[in-house]
Design a protein around this ligand. Sequence first.
Ligand code: 4GY
Length: 249
Amino acid sequence: MATIRFDVLTLFPDMFTGFIQNSMIQKAHEKGLIETRIINFRDYAFNKHRTVDDIPYGGGDGMVLKPEPFFEAIDDLIDPNEEKPPVLLMSPQGERLTQQKVNQLATHSRLILLCGHYAGFDERIHQYVATEEISIGDYVLTGGELPAMIIMDSVSRQIPGVLGNTLSAQNDSFADGLLEYPQYTRPAEYRGYQVPEVLLSGHHLRIEKWRRQESLRRTWERRPELLDKVTLTEEDRIFLRQLEDQQGE
Ligand code: 4GY
């Protein structure tokens, strides 16, 4: 059975309680598929006032996170006789998180996540504590907690058994490199808005073809750059050529 353990170093452990105590993550915990340890790295600040930050050398705005609590906490978490788990530092300067990266992270049995605040980390934490830096997107947050939760959420749902249905993780957007086709449920008509006829037909081959084409259409309209990385059939190519020909009509 594949399981994963997340160790999170943060100054704001309460931010994680709502996340962990809800939804699929909580169920995955109950099933023993995932384990999370939320550690306040202030517990590893051994100076008199347990300070975790200090003013930047060379001057400037904001406070910088001191190296000692991170080095000490990692020493406590990692057994030198065991394989060193990835230590991910959340930063807008990191490698962009993609589904491919999520899948790769999900192959590990353990991940350590470092969440910073203020003006950032002392560079020695980047260099000697973190094994890689991850960014969830090109915008700046107040801290690394939300990115850490995004990693925990996206990685957890790749663990077999975490989602009720083992197929759901494979079917979604990005699993095959295309955006997902539109979904409908009952009623078949609401306020005059109709569910596409083909979905009511019960004709599985026609439904599959329609879904593939809608996935291709969406990807072509919204994220055309994704199409360069997808394996397309001859039928897919014909459909895409039709879309191009119809363009501007
Ligand atoms: N974007 N992706 C991000 C972020 C906040 C100051 C270092 C992001 O991953 N992390 O914006 N993080 C900063 C705040 C300390 C982290």
